[in-house]
Design a protein around this ligand. Structure first.
Ligand code: HEM
Length: 330
């Protein structure tokens, strides 16, 4: 079953290439003018919908899934980042998560040695996961050179830094190599490890393959089948200035690259890749934990009629005394 998911994901990516190839064959450059706006609407609408739904989910209590001491008595040392009692600590914890994948750093693995479970550290997923995400971000940010005029210094700076090894012409970007290395690791992890293979879904493979095809078509354009970068820039500037015009022609690789990019962007909010927004709404990461200094009462609690011991004794005092039972009030 898990290998079927992998096969289906391969087929899905291949099927996606068909309309792009057909559009290239029929020279349908007009598609490149209108499609981005539809994709953008799906992306933005999807994220607004998901964020509003997440924000509406009731979270009446604190959910401190932490490894540190909560703030309580002054002589008990608390851990302000691990278990924050104020917003600054929560911002620090969130920043650690977003920029350094802090909780993934604590990833561990269990092995049975001589019949007993042994827990060891497992940093590879953290290392390659972080490498993959940073590389993808850098590659996407470098594309700002197509969308800004004059080109923003962030894009020029990143390109210069990224290509400083000056391997080949045009220079090979380090982030492209690390992106591919990250993708290969994440893919092999799902295929080789039986436990991970067992829980891998179609969408897990599809996301990896989609990003891999985007990177592959991009690299092919950059290093083997160059495209007219001036025409790409004119097209991209047309999109952002809401005055797009169809290019005279476009290579099939460019159609394929854009087709996969559009699918990725439109699918993002509806897929598990929406964790890029979800992380900020995750109660275990964004909540402060002040359960010891403030009483949190669930506002949706139905009123419960209680009968205290004092009331009970008032009601049955005579009978209790008659039966020889001790009472608190005579
Ligand atoms: C999710 C968004 C995107 C990702 C992850 C992505 C990824 C990549 C990668 C990895 C490369 C290889 C070379 C490099 O890193 O610069 C590349 C090249 C390229 N991409 Fe994209 N891309 C994206 C969106 C786009 C868009 C929207 C356009 C259209 C303007 C585009 C046009 C190009 C072109 C023309 C190249 C060749 C660049 C060159 O020859 O130097 N890409 N892309």
């Amino acid at each position: 079953m898990p290998m079927r998911n992998l096969g289906l994901a391969f087929v899905a990516v291949l099927l996606l290439a068909l309309p792009a190839a057909a559009a290239a064959a029929a020279d349908m450059t007009a598609l490149l003018v209108v499609l981005p706006y539809g994709v953008f609407v799906l992306f933005l609408g999807g994220f607004v919908y998901r964020v509003v739904r997440w924000a509406k989910a009731p979270v009446p209590f604190r959910i401190p899934t932490t490894c540190g001491q909560e703030k309580s008595l002054p002589w008990i040392h608390n851990n302000p980042v691990e278990n924050p009692a104020g917003p600054l600590g929560a911002i620090g914890r969130m920043a650690g998560e977003v920029f350094l994948f802090r909780s993934l750093f604590r990833n561990s693995q269990t092995e049975i040695v001589d019949g007993r479970p042994v827990y060891g550290s497992a940093k590879w997923l953290w290392f390659f996961g972080l490498m993959f995400h940073v590389s993808l971000l850098i590659a996407a940010l470098r594309h700002l050179r197509f969308f800004t005029e004059p080109v923003v210094p962030l894009a020029t700076g990143l390109s210069a830094l990224d290509g400083f090894l000056e391997i080949g012409v045009p220079a090979l970007y380090i982030s492209d190599v690390t992106l591919l290395a990250g993708l290969v690791f994440l893919f092999l992890r799902r295929v080789v490890l039986p436990q991970v293979r067992y829980i891998s879904l179609f969408s897990d493979y599809f996301a990896l393959l989609l990003i891999a095809t985007i990177a592959a078509t991009g690299l092919l354009m950059r290093h083997f089948f160059p495209v007219d970068l001036n025409a790409v820039k004119t097209l991209a500037m047309g999109w952002v200035s809401f005055a797009p015009s169809a290019p005279a022609d476009a290579s099939i690789l460019f159609y394929l690259h854009l087709c996969f990019v559009f699918v990725l962007i439109a699918w993002l909010p509806w897929s598990k890749l929406s964790h890029m927004a979800g992380i900020f709404l995750s109660p275990t990461r964004n909540q402060i934990n002040n359960s010891r200094s403030r009483r949190h009462v669930n506002p949706w609690n139905a009123p419960v009629k209680v009968h205290t011991y004092a009331e009970y004794e008032d009601e049955f005092r005579d009978k209790m005394k008659a039966a020889g039972l001790p009472v608190e009030k005579e």
